[in-house]
Design a protein around this ligand. Structure first.
Ligand code: GRF
Length: 199
């Protein structure tokens, strides 16, 4: 099933960039990034997308949470799958319902540990460091109405060195995300990982 993605971002967008570039190199994968969406007008990810000729959309909080106007915009761009990549707003239920098992998120830890509200970015890695965990990793999961709680699709772990700082852990985990996020999307497009039930 060809996927037309909207990637939702709040920050740098290094995962978004990786997904865009990997699929541009592989047209046979049947995955096209149709739109990059952000809640932050200044997000670096928007400039990155524009440089690559990909349309962008900036969300207004009131419209995002109080109307369903976004659905028509996604339809306009032919979007049939959503990828969250460092998107920090909670997804409203109308959007979850419109994309059942058709919306993925990547989280920089091995869920269910270190997930939930407030567990994002460096906060996650500081908590991992404080716990003295011997490993961390990344989790790709479907999105429901709760932060970091949808069904897990894929996880990858990395061993930590006791001397690793939270920033070192962040860098190790981000490398895992870059290596794996686009591959998981490719497997979904190939039908190897289900978008309906067979996870
Ligand atoms: C990643 O670590 C991801 O796990 C988290 O936010 C970060 C986004 O980084 N959800 P980037 O914007 O893709 O560089």
């Amino acid at each position: 099933m060809p996927l037309r993605l909207a990637i939702f971002v709040s920050g740098t967008g290094s995962n978004a960039r990786m997904i865009i570039d990997r699929f541009r190199e592989r047209p046979e994968a049947g995955v096209e990034v149709a739109l990059v969406v952000s809640n932050k007008p200044g997000a670096g990810a928007l400039a990155m997308a524009t440089e690559r000729g990909i349309p962008t959309l900036v969300l207004q909080r009131k419209s995002f949470y109080e109307t369903e106007d976004l659905l028509a915009q996604l339809e306009h761009f032919g979007v049939n799958f959503i990828v969250l990549a460092g998107f920090l707003w909670l997804i409203p239920s109308y959007l979850v319902r419109a994309f059942p098992r058709r919306m993925l998120n990547v989280h920089p830890a091995l869920l269910p540990a270190y997930g939930g509200k407030g567990m994002y970015g460096i906060h996650v890695h500081r908590a991992v460091k404080a716990a003295g965990d011997p490993e961390s990793g990344m989790t790709i999961h479907y999105v429901n109405e709760h932060y970091d709680e949808g069904d897990i699709v894929y996880q990858a772990a990395v061993r930590l060195d006791p001397d690793d700082s939270p920033e070192d852990i962040a860098a190790r985990v981000l490398r895992l995300e870059h290596a794996n996020y686009w591959r998981v999307i490719a497997r979904i497009a190939e039908g190897e990982l289900g978008v309906e039930s067979d996870v």
